[in-house]
Design a binder for this molecule. Sequence first.
Ligand code: SF4
Length: 194
Amino acid sequence: MSEVLLSRRALLKRSAGAAAGTALGGLVGLGTDLRPAAARMQQLRIKEAKAYPSVCPYCAVGCDTIIHAVDGKIVNIEGDVRSPINQGNLCPKGAATYQLHVNPNRITQVLHRAPGATEWTPMGLEDAMDRVAELVKKTRDETFVETSADGKILNHTLGIFSLGGATMDNEWNHIHQKLMRGLGIVAIENQARI
Ligand code: SF4
């Protein structure tokens, strides 16, 4: 197969194989049988964990994952070999989902920067939701257009643009676009369509 025609999936498989080969090739070359150790590592990593089927949150490919959790805490996320989409493979971004989950730098509370302020300050979720609702209503009231200059019915606002995030799933997006269209918002986009 020419390199130009190499599929993305085949490339990922080859890359993973090459990386593993670099790390382990020396030991294997010395005659060490790593199979028992590898099997034991895998067993310890997810021992007594419950497995939950899920979907990578990042892009529209929608690769299936298995989430392993012990006592309600996620201990591992990997590709689901049963998936007809990714057959157990994940791209580097999807393979890092676990690291995102446990990353201490992940922001877990709402931050607000008031008009004119230079610093972000924590804000309660309820207060933040109220603030968003207030601004959406205000903007809609100020920009809503019922008819065009030549009398055609429009009932829309061009003052609000909705941009969804990659971790929003199909069901959320369905409800979300209904709300947006109900408000008369016509500029609606989302990065992922899981
Ligand atoms: S980002 Fe996630 S869904 Fe997209 S190709 Fe990578 S692993 Fe699959």
